[in-house]
Design a protein around this ligand. Structure first.
Ligand code: ADP
Length: 369
């Protein structure tokens, strides 16, 4: 079992919830909620390919964990009526592992590689020729006597998923014909998602219950579905079984989920930024050391949501806590951050809503202390 207080709002899938997730996964594009742009573009891409009777171009999906990349890969295969093979960058340790997968594909199969940016370099190079020419060079022997034997691969579609498209090498990115970026979900979109999940799981969910959970789900379907299940437990054990706002608030208090749904790492980053570094600016690696995490994890998993929620800004001189972050921690923001709030007509420039995460007036942060 996991420590709920730490992991209930983690965007990463917990081991024990894989089965529950599978039940809730939409199977077709029409059931996939929100992400309208990516959905429409994919629909055109898949229908075009089916009309031509050819596999579609390779597809790269980027976005934070839990936003639906694996689900979309499964949907792509289902829409095409194609077979699906699933692997991940870290699982492919040697290029031979990848060659074995590629050469066993059936015509038209979809190959899903999760965390594709974490693939070892030699395997990545092997993938280039498979993506481009449907051919792999398998090296036989060692040293000067080593020979490359070209082996044909059936035409396939690669669906790559990454939490950060920016980490992919140029040659890899260039080989994808379609790149779709998944955004965090708005609360009203998570509302719809929660009602769908409640229907499937036979949970009585009221509108105010859905709204309460949606607002604390970190813009992430995986977290919304998990909180729904936890609130259902609470409602069944301690109340009348109905997931309404009152039960949701009480349950989420038990699980220590705050009103923004920040997870342990989010809170640690904000606390370090504000309490240890006076609100910043502070460099990513210094911040990562302070919270005992890899810089990559802080940058890929934690920061996108904090920026989106208007709690953290990335500036040329480092990471900065916004006035909203100070307030969220129950502290009074320093004057330099509330300066704008006190100007007439400054309200629209505030960065403490779920806006687009615009960096608040970088110049203020860029002045030398
Ligand atoms: P990722 O691969 O990006 O980490 P997943 O595809 O595994 O995320 O999605 C996590 C969970 O959230 C799945 O159980 C899936 O059912 C649900 N989910 C994600 N996106 C959607 C969506 N747009 N509509 C409905 N459910 C979704």
């Amino acid at each position: 079992m996991t420590d709920n207080h730490d992991e209930i709002v983690s965007p990463i899938a917990l081991e024990e919830e894989r089965e529950a997730e599978a039940t809730l996964r939409p199977r077709r594009l029409s059931e996939f909620i929100a992400q309208d742009r990516v959905r429409e573009q994919l629909e055109l891409l898949l229908q075009g390919a089916m009309r031509r009777g050819r596999p579609p171009e390779h597809i790269l999906l980027s976005g934070s964990p839990g936003l639906g990349k694996t689900t979309l890969a499964m949907i792509i295969a289902a829409e095409l009526g194609a077979g699906l093979r699933i692997t991940s960058g870290p699982a492919i340790e040697r290029s031979g592992d990848l060659a074995a997968v590629l050469t066993s594909l059936a015509p038209g199969d979809v190959l899903f590689i999760d965390e594709i940016h974490r693939m070892a370099r030699p395997a990545e190079e092997l993938l280039y020729s498979a993506m481009e020419d449907f051919r792999v060079d398998v090296i036989v022997g060692k040293g000067p006597g080593a020979t490359a034997i070209p082996i044909d691969v059936e035409p396939f579609t690669l669906v790559g998923a990454t939490t950060r498209a920016g980490l992919l090498t140029g040659p890899m990115r260039d080989r994808f014909g379609f790149v779709g970026h998944l955004e965090f979900y708005e609360p009203h979109e998570l509302d719809i998602l929660l009602h769908r999940s409640a229907r499937i799981l036979g949970i009585k969910l009221t509108d105010d219950g859905a709204a309460e959970i949606a607002g604390r789900s970190r813009g992430t379907p995986r977290i919304a579905n998990r909180l729904l299940r936890r609130v259902r437990d609470y409602a069944e054990v301690r109340a009348d079984g109905v997931v309404n706002a009152v039960n949701a608030r009480a349950a989420l208090q038990v699980y220590d989920v705050d009103e923004l749904g920040l997870d342990r790492l989010d809170k640690a980053v904000l606390n370090a930024l504000v309490r240890s570094f006076g609100g910043g600016p502070v460099g990513l690696s210094t911040l990562a050391v302070a919270v005992g995490e890899q810089p990559d994890t802080v940058e890929e998993v934690c920061e996108p949501f904090l920026v989106r929620a208007g709690l953290l800004a990335r500036t040329p001189r480092g990471r900065v806590a916004t006035a909203a972050a100070w307030r969220h921690l129950g502290l009074t923001p320093p004057d330099r951050l509330t300066f704008l709030d006190r100007l007439p007509r400054a309200g629209s420039g505030r960065a403490d809503s779920m806006g687009d995460g615009a960096t608040p007036i970088p110049d203020l942060f860029n002045q030398d202390p």
